[in-house]
Design a binder for this molecule. Structure first.
Ligand SMILES: Nc1ncnc2c1ncn2[C@@H]1O[C@H](COP(=O)(O)OP(=O)(O)OP(=O)(O)O)[C@@H](O)[C@H]1O
Ligand SMILES: [Mg+2]
Length: 584
């Protein structure tokens, strides 16, 4: 039940609307009590025409009541939905903002499709709770209570008999709701799995098709979908019970009225002092038809409400998961700024059983370009990610300008480092949007300069829309090499003092190679650069080369020195399949 107060908190700002909705709901209910009473009045008048009032007025009153009922019903639904969708908007945004703070390690541990289903699906389910759950639950209490009071006032003996099944219905709805709660939680997590899997497969459809793995992948989706199907059917088996039982028990009220009414009327000695008026009986019958309706609605809503509360728990659990990588207390922007990078005895592993960096130590001086070289999987990209603090070393320190990166404010640290990742990620949008990435105050001249320096101008000129060209989801319309140059241009637009270039491993032709070499030379001028180099041209452009193997630096020096030393670097050069470049 804790989530109810959390949901209530998310309604801050729209509580007035919620109150308005509940008030209209109550008005609607109260108005529902009036028509049977007016009809009772009419029956009295029919029996005793001498005491009758105006039937016109009576009919008019019923008309007005129904008009007001229509209006209050509309306003009740409208205000609760407005409040719910406003809360939905706030909640999805705060989930998204929270996810933005999470470290890559957290996101790696979770299926991204699962997270999307969680963010949007679960939050949407909470809308149901706010729009229907809160007001309907209230009405399910208020309507039966008020109607019971009116019936008790009219004829308390008959009311006690007629209302006897109500507590049974209420208990049943409650018990079943509790029972199905875990079932619905399981259903939703299966759903997240299936949709995550499908999303994952669609993302890699080209690979699946080229490996002719469609059937195998479909079998996996089928297995998960079957599990989802069985669970949701099982949950429904239980969730649909209350509506059936309510229908039956509401009939029990009628049966009891007929029996007791008959008994009172026929056995006058036994039922001495008891009396059932015909007009009262009509009110009873009309109320009994209405009194179970809120239970029925609540029972029908139960599965949605269970879904919503399971969803709410998951959303709040997500919101309560603290970000792992945050500013340390006392993190301050350093006064004296030097743009050096140093790794000191850094140890790191993603999982406990697989060491990646063992004892990594090297330095990059201010203005220097250092090429990080090593076999695939040696941990080069990992080292880059430690500098930008996507992960934290298990031991040792990574320093920027002499300061431990974990002691620096995260936003400042990331402002100083422009990172070109190995896997280029382009957002769906125009190339300009991708270059700016939300950055403001960048002039067109700066943008053009970055595009020229990165060498992206060549192919941009051939595109009819130039910078305004829309790249599809993940930039599928650009070639690998083109994407890399856009990524380099993006880093240059950032104009940070430190450039970290994680070169893509894909091979390029000789002409592109020399253009990239030229672009890198231009881009590195005046900056401290750490480049993970896979190509000879990039390696020779560096001031110094650091070779890593088994998570340690095994060699460092200029290209000529390392070739002359004929050590690990020279050996690496001779294994073309391990690295992408092809010797001299
Ligand atoms: N997110 C991750 N979770 C778990 N293990 C990872 C993760 N990223 C990388 N690894 C593992 O860490 C090791 C180093 O990976 P890294 O990406 O740093 O290699 P690399 O030197 O950049 O290789 P390449 O030259 O192929 O780009 C690899 O064995 C890899 O399997
Ligand atoms: Mg890498």
């Amino acid at each position: 039940m804790q989530f109810v107060s959390r949901i209530w908190k998310t309604l801050a700002g729209d509580r007035r609307l919620m109150f308005c909705s509940v008030a209209c709901g109550l008005g609607f209910t109260a108005l529902g009590i009036i028509p049977p009473l007016l009809i009772r009045e009419m029956l009295f008048w029919l029996r005793d025409p001498a005491a009758a009032g105006s039937f016109w007025l009576l009919g008019g009153a019923v008309g007005v009541v129904y008009l007001l009922r229509g209006i209050t019903r509309y306003l009740y639904g409208l205000s609760s939905h407005i409040a719910a969708y406003r809360a939905l908007h706030r909640l999805s945004l705060s989930v998204y903002r929270h996810l933005q703070k999470m470290s890559p390690a957290y996101l790696n541990r979770r299926h991204s499709g699962n997270l999307v289903a969680r963010t949007m699906g679960d939050v949407a389910a909470i809308e149901d709770y706010i729009a229907h759950g809160i007001p309907e639950s209230l009405l399910a209490i208020v309507i039966p209570v008020t109607m019971s009071v009116v019936l008790l006032v009219i004829n308390w003996q008959l009311a006690l008999v007629a209302l006897a099944p109500l507590p049974v219905i209420a208990t049943l709805v409650y018990v079943i709701a509790r029972r199905t709660r875990n079932m619905w939680r399981g259903v939703r997590s299966r759903f997240a799995e299936v949709s995550g899997r499908i999303q994952d497969h669609l993302g890699g459809l080209a690979v699946i098709q080229s490996f002719r793995a469609e059937a195998a992948m479909a079998r996996r989706v089928e297995a998960e979908s079957l599990e989802y199907r069985d669970r949701i059917i099982h949950a429904n088996c239980w969730s649909l019970v209350p509506s059936g039982v309510i229908e039956t028990t509401s009939g029990a009220g009628l049966v009891l009225i007929i029996w007791s009414g008959g008994w009172i009327t026929t056995d006058s000695t036994a039922a001495a002092g008891l009396h059932v008026d015909f007009a009262d009986l009509v009110v009873f019958l009309m109320y009994l038809g209405q009194i179970v309706l809120p239970f029925l609605r609540l029972a029908n809503l139960t599965d949605n409400l269970q879904k919503a509360s399971a969803s709410a728990e998951r959303v709040f659990e997500l919101l309560d998961t603290p970000a792992e990588i945050v500013d340390r207390p006392g993190a301050a922007v350093p006064e004296c700024r030097k743009w050096t990078i140093s790794f000191e005895n850094v140890k790191f592993r993603y999982t406990d059983d697989l060491p990646v960096l063992e004892d990594l130590s090297f330095r990059v001086e201010e203005g220097e370009t250092v090429a990080l070289v090593g076999a695939t999987g040696a941990g080069k990209s990992t080292a880059c990610h430690l500098l930008t603090r996507f992960y934290e070393p298990a031991a040792g320190v990574v320093r920027l300008g002499g300061f431990d990166v974990s002691e620096l404010p995260l936003s400042w640290l990331r402002d100083q480092v422009a990172l070109v990742s190995q896997d280029v990620f382009l957002l769906a949008g125009t190339i300009r949007e991708n270059l700016l990435l939300g950055r403001e105050g960048v002039s067109d001249a700066q943008l053009e300069e970055a595009v020229r320096t990165s060498g992206a101008d060549e192919f941009l000129e051939s595109l009819p829309d130039g910078l305004e060209t829309v790249v599809g989801e993940r930039g599928i319309r650009l070639s690998g090499g083109q994407k890399q140059r856009i990524a380099l241009a993006r880093a240059l637009v950032k104009d940070a003092p430190i450039l970290v270039l994680d070169e893509a491993t894909s091979a390029v032709d000789g002409a592109t190679e020399s253009r990239i070499k030229e672009a890198v030379r231009r881009a590195t001028a005046g900056r401290t650069v750490l480049v993970v180099a896979h190509r000879l041209s990039t390696i020779t452009a560096a001031d110094r080369i650091v070779v890593i193997d088994q998570g340690q630096v095994v060699e460092s020096g200029s290209y000529e020195e390392l070739v002359a030393a004929d050590g690990p670097f020279a050996r690496l050069c001779r294994i073309p399949e391990d690295v992408v470049w092809y010797g001299e």
